[in-house]
Design a binder for this molecule. Structure first.
Ligand code: SF4
Length: 714
């Protein structure tokens, strides 16, 4: 009987299986791989698989995160109704009730404490339209100066370095395919093989073409394995290492004098500064022998073409902005920019790390990369928004500084969109304490994150499969991701939620849009004439999988693949070289008797940011279901720490408990912990909260810690 039933169902399944295809793009890293979700329905079950779609960036490739991205969107833990906290418990309420409650609380706070008592904290994982709207919401609906976003913790150092050196911040100055034409490539603090795996073939192809690859990283990673030369520097010494390379290039007279003279300012001061530096001291400081410094510097300078790419390893430091500028000094000194196979790339981490930093989410920014302190820019944007220029707030403060103001009681309320600051900010216990002091917290999220748990109201939002809008990938390529599925339950898109809250605050006339395209068309106008000019990009032009690289100032403009061919974006057309000290102004923690090891942090391939989405994917969680600490076996033995045992890691700010993982490829003075876990595994509880004085990036990559076997403390 059982056999008969089984064969009946098999037969039925064969005939009733239906297939539906949803074109989309991956919600995770900045490559923004195009893909399609294939849904197969039979009488007995529904199943899904994901396949890559051809496009100029990922060329149909997908990594493990993209292949399993849909799993979190179908997870039963999705928040699908507005939730209001009553007597410490969340209860489902209607949108009307939630919105009226939010409006009343915002009015009460602002009437009693002023407009700036409300704050807005955004995200670099949302669409361009939503990032644009967040900036407008803060300045027009709330009229607060306090807005910033989680990209501050990710891209701010590279962004400020590009803006100051070149006059323009676009992640890659060239199309990715130009990597294949570079004869030498410096990969500084970037683990592309794990963080953006689908672009790794560009580097592999470059190597096949004969490129010499130099990796700069304290750890041996899947990326450093590709390198011909791995400079395994002491954590936090990137700026000094770049000084060493630059000094050798100048001492050996390998500069491009004509490029320096015609295309840059500041070289003479940099050269004078380098004269006074000692290569022996740099070698001692960085832990890199002089021979390797020479090999790297001379090879890069002598090759006809070359590119430098940086990521969080260099950038997430209290001198990250200057460290990146020092690598840009090398590019300018050798004339390796603005030509095929020559340029710079900041490998963005977050999905819309590029676009979300261009249109007004930053504390000092208006759309199109305009400045909120520039009167001409203010007047232009005020006209686009239909408000008076004097009514626009001035600049606020960075993400972590907003949290400090919450702790001090100056900021009383927070509208938080798709971000988890308790886990992503440094000194995370302090952050939690500060957020608990708020009078009112609204969180918009897919899941109950560690931060959302503290909220008074949670509004359910849509995932990448359901939302619509444009994203800008790491090349500066604007792509369109249309909605593939309908929203679950009562979830609404981020842009709808922002408009709904604005409407509840009686600001509907500034926030009347019927679809994401309406918002994009306003963004186009707002960005027109700005540095990040999207005015020539339309949804119709974006349909298909090619995308358009900004700046694109008119509808017949093809977009800009390679930047700075003729001139840089400063008014005089020249790049600016800058003197970079070996030692940062904001001193980094160093190992000492009590805290004898460096701690550095980073990512694993299976997880994204604070893991709120990827830890809900069974396939991804299975790869790394808990955090861990990489430690050199010799260091571990000295501390009686066996492999795969629970350890307590402590810094001056707190402690966490994770499992040890012996790794012979890490420096003996350094341990590594990824940052995708919350609560007692949240490594950011250990990280100090000093900020880069230029870009306000926290120094995530260097802390001093001690490690103990958990048993010895229990
Ligand atoms: Fe592509 Fe990045 Fe998604 Fe992987 S995580 S599939 S590389 S967009």
């Amino acid at each position: 009987m059982a056999d008969m039933l089984l064969s009946y169902f098999r037969e039925k399944q064969k005939h009733t299986q239906k297939e539906k295809v949803y074109p989309t793009q991956c919600p995770f890293c900045s490559v923004q791989c195009k893909m399609q979700l294939v849904e197969q329905t039979s009488v007995t079950r529904k199943s899904y698989r994901t396949v890559g779609l051809m496009n100029p960036t990922s060329k149909g490739r997908l990594c493990i995160k993209g292949l399993n991205a849909h799993q979190h969107t179908f997870h039963t833990d999705r928040i699908t109704h507005p939730l209001l906290k009553k007597d410490g418990e969340f209860v489902e309420v209607s949108w009307d009730v939630a919105l009226q409650y939010i409006a009343k609380n915002i009015h009460d706070i602002q009437n009693e404490h002023g407009k700036n008592a409300m704050s807005v904290y955004g995200s670099a994982s949302i669409t361009n339209e939503e990032a644009y709207l967040m900036g407008k919401f803060a300045r027009v609906a709330l009229q607060t100066k306090y807005i910033d976003y989680n990209g501050r913790l990710c891209m701010s150092a590279a962004a400020s370095a590009g803006a100051q050196t070149f006059g323009m911040d676009r992640g890659l100055t060239n199309r990715l395919e130009e990597v294949m034409y570079a004869e030498c490539i410096i990969l500084a603090g970037t683990n592309i093989a794990e963080c953006q795996p689908t672009i790794m073939p560009y580097f592999e192809q470059a190597k096949e073409n004969g490129a010499f690859i130099i990796a700069i990283d304290p750890r041996e990673t899947a990326t450093t394995k590709l390198a011909d030369l791995h400079l395994k520097l002491k954590p936090g010494t990137d700026a000094a290492l770049a000084n060493g390379l630059l000094k050798i290039i100048i001492d050996e007279k390998l500069m491009d004098k004509s490029f320096i003279e015609n295309r840059s300012n500041g070289y003479a001061e940099v050269a004078r500064h380098l004269e006074d530096l000692s290569l022996d001291e740099i070698s001692e400081k960085t832990g890199i022998v002089r021979k390797d410094l020479y090999r790297a510097a001379v090879t890069f300078a002598k090759k006809a073409t070359g590119m430098i790419l940086t990521a969080r390893g260099v950038e997430q430091q209290t001198d990250g902005s200057l460290a990146v500028r020092n690598f840009l000094n090398i590019l300018i000194a050798t004339g390796k920019i603005g030509k095929q196979g020559c340029g710079y790339g900041a490998i963005t981490g977050q999905s819309n790390g590029q676009g979300a930093r261009e249109h007004g989410q930053k504390a000092d920014q208006l759309p199109g990369y305009r400045s909120i302190e520039n009167d001409e820019h203010r007047t232009y944007i005020a006209d686009v928004w239909g408000v008076e220029e004097p009514d626009l707030p001035r600049k606020g403060v960075s993400a972590f500084e907003m949290i400090q103001k919450m702790d001090q009681g100056e900021i009383k309320g927070l509208f938080l969109l798709c971000s988890n600051p308790i886990v992503s900010n440094p000194n995370a216990r302090f952050v939690k304490k500060a957020l608990k002091k708020l009078d009112f917290l609204v969180a918009v999220d897919l899941f109950m994150s560690e931060t959302a748990k503290l909220a008074d109201v949670i509004l359910p939002t849509t995932s990448y499969l359901e939302d619509e809008g444009t994203m800008t990938n790491l090349e500066g390529r604007v792509t369109l991701r249309e909605a593939a599925k309908s929203a679950p339950g009562e979830a609404r898109h981020d842009w709808q939620i922002i408009c709904d809250v604005a409407k509840a605050l009686d600001k509907e006339r500034f926030f009347s849009y019927s679809c994401a395209e309406d918002i994009f068309n306003e963004l186009r106008l707002a960005s027109k004439g700005g540095i990040a000019d999207y005015s020539g990009i339309t949804y119709n032009r974006l349909r298909g999988n090619e995308g358009i690289l900004w700046p694109c100032p008119s509808e017949d403009h093809p977009g800009t693949g390679r930047l700075f061919e003729e001139s840089f974006a400063h008014p005089n057309g020249k790049a600016v070289m800058v003197v970079v000290p070996n030692e940062p102004m904001i001193v980094k923690e160093k190992p000492c008797a009590e805290y004898p090891l460096y701690l550095t942090t980073g990512r694993v391939m299976a997880h994204y940011l604070t893991g709120v989405q990827t830890r809900k994917s069974s396939s991804l969680a299975a790869r790394h279901f808990e955090s861990f600490m990489e430690i050199h076996p010799e260091t571990a033995k000295q501390m009686n720490i066996t492999d795969q045992t629970l350890v307590r890691i402590s810094s001056r700010r707190g402690s966490i408990v994770v499992r040890s993982k012996w790794t012979a490829t890490i420096r003996k003075d350094t341990v590594f912990v990824p940052f995708h876990w919350d609560e007692s595994q949240n490594v950011n509880r250990l990280v100090e909260d000093k900020l880069d004085p230029t870009c306000r990036m926290p120094g995530f990559k260097v802390s001093a810690v001690q490690v103990e076997l958990l048993d010895s403390q229990s």
